[in-house]
Design a protein around this ligand. Structure first.
Ligand SMILES: Nc1ncnc2c1ncn2[C@@H]1O[C@H](COP(=O)(O)OP(=O)(O)O)[C@@H](O)[C@H]1O
Ligand SMILES: [Mg+2]
Length: 386
């Protein structure tokens, strides 16, 4: 798929950007802080309703403005869709598809698919579990858009359950509070199990693509594998800095039972501490390289290869699992981070994609072989040519 036309109104520093994009490679060049990432962030937002840089949407609305609008004309197989998201500072956000109002903003999910490569991707390999959960959950939502609802319901149940546990700790538990807790537990187990299983399912689908992508980008036969560490496994409640046990891929059918039993067994502890101690919001992925945790052992170069391979594998997965063909590839400032070999191989691996959007401070960082159409970005204004 591709974006033919993008209009931004009061989106970050883009006061009024209106731009026709080309099939193939588009390169946005400009000094730091001019609005390159902002531009691609807007497109990625349509695909995930989240930003790779911030939580929430308020920072996306231009300072001192009540509203930001992202409007994209996207197309696949010569079918055009006009998709629009309106972010409002003080009132509910809205979305439109082909000019008719969507019931919920999240109904736009599934229209646009993107894969974003960014310098922050190194954090998926090297930093804390929240980066890996965000990676996998964002992909789950792109492949199965209804999961946006599952995640948001889970977050709501988690918040309410935590409030109840906190209150119970302060005021002592009474029968009433306990039966409310039982009701939250039922919902939590149902929603949480769906999330745990979706992650397992997605990781299994990703596996063959990841192996291939790693070998392509690293030119190495080192085998990358992803495992899940889960707070649902075992009898113990571990602290956030302790290593959770592995959840095997064959346990999928038993996840709900395991969840229910563990939740029952940790209840006293949860009441003592006043917080939910287990669930997918505490789980982690382990990225192994040749059987060893990349987080602990991978070199800088290997970590970059791993991060790129995760994105390249996501691209293949979306090609396979969605009905919109190639996802739009966004390479935000990544070429500057890579050595010459990885640069050239990455360029080769993305060159055939239907549309690729690249940002760079200097055009020289981007391999000539990509034959890019150029744009310049300055102070939130984009122009054709250098
Ligand atoms: N909500 C906002 N309103 C106005 N300007 C913003 C907003 N958010 C970010 N900016 C501005 O956008 C600029 C950064 O743009 P960015 O796209 O990240 O730059 P780059 O071209 O380096 O990728 C900064 O000058 C920042 O002040
Ligand atoms: Mg940038």
């Amino acid at each position: 798929m591709l974006v033919r036309h993008l209009t931004l109104s009061h989106f970050r520093n883009h006061t009024a950007t209106d731009l026709a994009l080309h099939p193939g490679v588009n390169l946005l060049v400009g000094f730091n802080g001019q609005g390159k990432t902002n531009f691609v962030e807007a497109i990625a937002y349509l695909a995930s309703l989240s930003s790779h840089r911030v939580a929430g949407y308020q920072p996306l609305i231009q300072h001192d403005q009540p509203q930001a609008i992202i409007r994209a004309l996207v197309s696949h197989d010569d079918r055009d869709v006009l998709v629009e998201v309106e972010l409002n500072r003080d009132t509910a956000n809205r979305a439109r598809i082909n000019k008719s109002d969507s019931k919920r903003v999240r109904d736009v999910l599934g229209v646009v698919h993107t894969v974003v490569f960014a310098p922050e991707d190194l954090d998926i390999v090297k930093k804390d579990p929240s980066n890996r959960r965000a990676f996998i959950d964002e992909l789950v939502v792109q492949v199965w858009p209804r999961f946006a609802g599952v995640y948001s319901d889970y977050d709501r149940v988690l918040k309410q359950r935590n409030t109840l546990l906190r209150t119970a700790r302060q005021t002592g538990t009474r029968g009433n509070a306990l039966s409310t807790l039982d009701a939250w537990d039922d919902q939590m187990v149902r929603l949480g199990s769906e999330i745990v299983n979706a992650r397992l399912d997605l990781i299994e689908r990703l596996r063959p693509f990841l192996t291939k992508a790693y070998q392509d980008i690293a030119i190495s036969n080192n085998e990358p594998t992803i495992m899940v560490r889960s707070s649902l496994v075992g009898a113990q409640v571990l602290d956030e800095d302790e290593e959770l046990p592995y959840l095997s891929f064959t346990e999928r059918a038993g996840v709900e039972t395991m969840y229910r039993e563990k939740l029952a067994s940790v209840r006293t502890k949860e009441l003592e501490r006043g917080i939910t101690l287990i669930g997918p919001h505490r789980d982690d992925l382990v990225l192994l390289l040749g059987g060893k945790a990349a987080k602990l052992y991978a070199s800088h170069g290997e970590s970059w290869s791993y991060a790129l391979a995760l994105r390249l594998a996501s691209m293949q997965l979306l090609r396979e699992e969605t009905r919109t063909g190639d996802p739009i590839l966004i390479l935000d400032d990544v070429f500057a981070e890579l050595d010459a070999g990885r640069r050239a191989r990455l360029a080769e691996l993305v060159a055939d994609n239907e549309q690729v959007l690249i940002t760079a401070a200097v055009a020289e960082d981007v391999p000539d072989s990509l034959n890019a159409k150029m744009f310049s970005v300055e102070n939130g204004v984009i122009e054709n040519g250098e």
